[in-house]
Each structure stands twice: as C-alpha cells, then as structure tokens.
Design a protein around this ligand. Structure first.
Ligand code: MRU
Length: 368
C-alpha cells in the first residue's frame, strides 16, 4: 500500500540484503519512522513492544528474526541445530495469542534443519522472503473474496455508501501488505464502490484510532473513528451494513480470537441482524484447537497501556499522560474469543465459508 503516495510494505530487507527494515508502529500516526533491525534480540523486542504487530506481520517478522539469528556476526545466534532451536524458542516467547507466530517459526525451523549449516543463512532469508511474499498474495485473495460481499451490500443500497464497522487494525500495517479485514475495503474503494468505515478506537493501544484511521486516510477511504462502545448504538439505528474484523487465532471449529472487544461487537451484530465477518489467512488457523474460549491463550499486557496514553501535544511533541488514578489496579487482557455461532462467515484466501465449513475449504490441512 502507500505512504505519502509511495508504495511500501511493512517489512523489507535493507540494501545490505541482511538488515530488516520495519515501520515503527508505536510512533504512528504522529510520526512516520522506520527502524533497521540487525539481530534476533532487536526483532524479539520489536514484536514484544508492538513496533510490529498484527498476526500475519508477527509471523513474517519472526521468520526474518530466524534469518537474523543465522548471521555469521550474530551475537545471539548461529547456524547449528541448537542455535536454530534457541532462536525459535526466543521468538515464540514474544507474544502468545497470534498463532501465525508459531506457524512461521515452525516452517522456518523445519526448512533450516533440513538444510546443511553452511547454507542456512541464505536459506533462512529466502524462506522469510517467501513467507512475506505469500502473505501479500494471500491478503490480495482475501480482498477479492471479500469484495463480493461489499459489492452485494452496495447493490442492495446503491444510493448510499456501504457502511462497514471494523475493530482494531487488521489493515496492511498488520500484514505485509493489503491487510485482511481491509483488503476488501481497499479493492472496493479502487472499484469505485462508495464506502464509509466505522473505525473502533480500540482501547487501550488505540490500533483503530492510530493505525486503521491513518492507513485509510493515506488511501482516501472515507471513515470515522468511534469510541469502542458506539458500535451497538450504530447497529440499532441501521447504520452498519456489515462488520469485518481480523483474527489472531481461529480454531478448527471457527471460534476466533481477536482484539479485546471484538466479542461484544459480535453480540451486538447478532442482536441487530448485522452480518459479522472475520477475514483471515489460513496461517491463522490453529487446527489443534476446537474450543477457542477454553483453548486459546489470551495475552495479558502491562496495565500501563491502560493507565497511560501518548499523543501529540499542542507544541508538536509527543506527550504521555496518566488516565487512571495512581494506585488503582488495572487489568489488560489484549484479546477475547468470539464463538463460531456468532460468526456469519470467514473470508479466507480460498473463499468465504461458514465456520462449520472451514475444514472442508482446507481439506489438505494437517489434523493433529
Ligand atoms: O495486539 P495487536 O495489535 O497485534 O492485535 C492485532 C489484532 O487483533 C488484529 O485484528 C489481528 O492480528 C488480525 S491482523 C490482520
């Protein structure tokens, strides 16, 4: 997608062919800054601190983290089998919920252990690049399938924009390019279908207000940021045609973990007969799990993310202020699980299906 009119991905190789470039997402929307990561520790920190975030991008970033660990000058890596295992374990510990992390790391480990140590460095970079390139194509396919849903909504009400509500950032910033939930939106916008996107602010990290609004703005897609509690009211008043969100882990039965608050949107959507779609690459499916509420590990993050907020001050600098009284306890669950019964459809790279048909759409998946 584009930043100030220039085509960008969220992760790339610097001209030396070894250092990994990222957009530092902790600075958006106030500062557009990139960072150059040259070792495993830097990549692990980038994932943990959410300089890179979003399930598919976490997977691609972890793959590049494995490649960084293979560099001959790596202080925290090496090309022996034990080094591969250590890099895998280190990166796997960065964030617990998005299963793309494990998926990408397992793929890298398998490929590397089948490669002679002397060839592992080049092989690691090639495999990480393949994961990133595949993600772009997969998201484009998700976009093509999701576009049909938006076109159908447009044909039902051709005289007004299609009103889509989304939560968190499942945009191109959360993937390598295009996004999952946003890919159909970008394709619809390109196709001239009038759109209006309701962007949930997404407390406490504000991925909607900070990231989704920024990227939609960069592409000229009409949108409005809404406080997280607004969606139900909009749905009751017929102001939402469909909800599209992303997911960090989807079980074999179609339960979906996504950013905290997604479940409440799904409940409101069901109560108001608003279709609730979840867009995902198949790398987000955890075929080993059926019951998401019981089985999906939910990340708990620092209470400071709730108690403090950083924004642009009048003098143009970034300022952090406190929102919660000193001494009040704060709890910060980063994700929740929406049961499959509340999901109208899953938009995958192979097409749109109901949760119960997911396994049929991927008959080649490896059951546990
Ligand atoms: O904590 P984050 O910002 O990594 O959470 C991201 C989300 O919840 C996204 O909706 C999800 O990863 C899908 S991204 C295409």
């Amino acid at each position: 997608m584009k930043v100030a009119g220039e085509a960008m991905r969220t992760i790339w190789l610097e001209p030396d062919g070894r250092t990994v470039g990222i957009i530092d997402q902790t600075r958006l929307p106030f500062r557009y800054e990139t960072a150059a990561l040259s070792d495993l520790a830097a990549m692990a920190t980038a994932i943990t601190t959410m300089q890179v975030r979003g399930a598919p991008l976490i997977g691609a970033a972890a793959a590049y983290g494995m490649a960084l660990a293979m560099r001959p000058d790596a202080a925290d890596g090496g090309v022996e089998d034990g080094d591969v295992e250590r890099a895998h374990a280190r990166l796997l510990a960065t964030r617990p919920t998005a299963v793309n992390l494990r998926w990408a790391l397992d793929r890298m480990r398998e490929v590397l252990l089948l490669t002679p140590p002397s060839d592992r460095l080049d092989r690691a970079y090639a495999e990480a690049a393949a994961i990133a390139d595949e993600d772009v194509e997969i998201c484009r396919s998700i976009g093509r399938h999701g576009l049909h849903l938006i076109r159908a909504a447009h044909l039902r009400n051709p005289d007004r924009p299609v009103r889509v509500l989304t939560h968190c950032n499942a945009g191109w910033l959360a993937t390598v390019d295009w996004g999952t939930a946003t890919a159909p939106l970008y394709l619809a916008h390109e196709a001239g279908i009038p759109l209006h996107v309701w962007v949930d602010e997404t407390r406490p990290r504000n991925q909607g207000a900070f990231l989704t609004a920024w990227e939609l703005g960069q592409h000229g897609v009409p949108h409005a940021v809404i406080p997280d509690n607004t969606g139900g009211h909009l749905m009751q008043h017929g102001l939402v045609d469909l909800v599209i969100v992303g997911t960090d882990r989807t079980t074999a039965k179609g339960d979906v973990a996504n950013k905290i608050g997604t479940y409440l949107k799904a409940l409101a959507a069901r109560d108001n007969d608003v279709p609730f779609y979840v867009a995902l690459p198949s790398s987000t499916i955890d075929w080993t799990l059926e019951d998401g509420v019981q089985g999906i590990p939910i990340e708990e993050r620092s209470g400071d993310e709730v108690a403090l907020i950083t924004g642009l001050a009048g003098h143009g600098g970034l300022e952090t202020v406190r929102l919660v009284p000193e001494g009040s306890a704060v709890v910060n669950y980063a994700f929740d699980v929406t049961p499959a019964r509340l999901v109208t459809g899953l938009i995958t790279e192979r097409g749109v299906c109901s949760p119960e048909d997911l396994a049929q759409l991927f008959p080649d998946h490896q059951p546990p």
